[in-house]
Design a protein around this ligand. Structure first.
Ligand SMILES: [Zn+2]
Length: 304
């Protein structure tokens, strides 16, 4: 079987919902109107995303029928990207900190099981350099001014322990990255200064902040943007907590398959019998069969 097919079968599907439900302009509750699907290659494998997209139904509102996507999506991948933001962060760290060449980076990613061609590594390295160099220039500011406000998301991407963290500040309304900076340490003061830098360059108010709620981030937001509502995005830390359980479940199934063979012959011997013992054995057979064939679903992946 082709390797990518295995990956597709084993990949988890995540359901992402917007954290913010009130319209950023008029404050009325937005309604979920449709679903988008996306597949992203990340350092932990192929992530399939189901995204609930909502919009404001108020015809008098300037954001009437303008899609609002789940805030957590932008931490996984940039708009229209096939590879995750964690891959971009790792490529940047390997190039600029570890001084590896593109073929060396390509080899390192392939070793980790990521299917990527060398040209994509070059493209993603360019993307990393653009992100880190990008300033909030006049055209960007004008585009943000037209939407009247921003909702900031602050995320730290650490591709590997010991690597620097790529801090990314995005606007959830437009999906744009406003600032990306690699930092070796991330104290409250470091993060507050990044937030202040973005807020000072903007010509519009910050209507809210979304983050995974780490202590340093919470305190930095309170320090740099006093009075701005700060919403916690539960998806990311719950996902990290859930991953080891999901892996353990998959491992248990593999071990069970090694030792349990031939459920069918046992079932066949019970066919035609209707006594108590046969019913008990049939029940056990059904339980073993379902343990072997049903895939565990990671938490937060909704059924159906
Ligand atoms: Zn509205």
């Amino acid at each position: 079987m082709a390797r990518w097919l295995c990956r597709l079968q084993h990949s988890a599907e995540w359901l992402l919902q917007p954290e913010r439900r009130d319209g950023p302009e008029c404050g009325r509750r937005m309604r979920i109107r449709y679903e988008k699907r996306r597949a992203v290659f990340t350092l932990t494998g192929l992530e399939r995303l189901r995204l609930k997209v909502q919009w404001c139904e108020n015809a008098a509102c300037s954001r009437h029928h303008q899609p609002y996507r789940p805030e957590a999506e932008g931490r996984i991948a940039l708009p229209h990207h096939e590879f995750g933001l964690d891959v971009i962060a790792l490529i940047g760290a390997l190039r600029h900190r570890a001084h590896r060449s593109v073929p060396e980076i390509h080899a390192a990613l392939t070793e980790r099981g990521l299917l990527i061609c060398e040209r994509s590594v070059t493209n993603l390295l360019d993307r990393y350099d653009e992100l880190v160099a990008a300033a909030l220039d006049a055209p960007k500011r004008a585009a943000l001014a037209a939407q009247g406000r921003v909702i900031l998301a602050l995320d730290g991407l650490q591709p590997d322990v010991g690597h620097e963290v790529l801090w990314v500040i995005r606007d959830c309304l437009s999906g744009r990255v406003l600032l990306a900076r690699p930092l070796l340490s991330a104290t409250q003061a470091d993060l507050a200064s990044l937030l202040r830098e973005v807020a000072a360059a903007l010509e519009v108010p910050v209507a809210g902040v979304v983050s995974d709620g780490q202590h340093a981030i919470r305190r930095a937001v309170a320090e740099a943007l006093p009075g701005v509502p700060h919403q916690l995005c539960q998806f990311h830390y719950l996902r990290e907590a859930a991953r080891p359980l999901f892996e353990a479940d998959r491992h248990a199934k593999k071990e069970l398959k090694k030792t349990v063979r031939g459920v069918r012959p046992v079932e066949r011997r019970m066919e035609g019998r209707d006594d108590e013992a046969a019913r008990v054995v049939a029940g056990y057979c059904a339980a073993v069969r379902s343990a072997l064939t049903d895939d565990g679903r990671p938490p937060l992946a909704a059924p159906g």
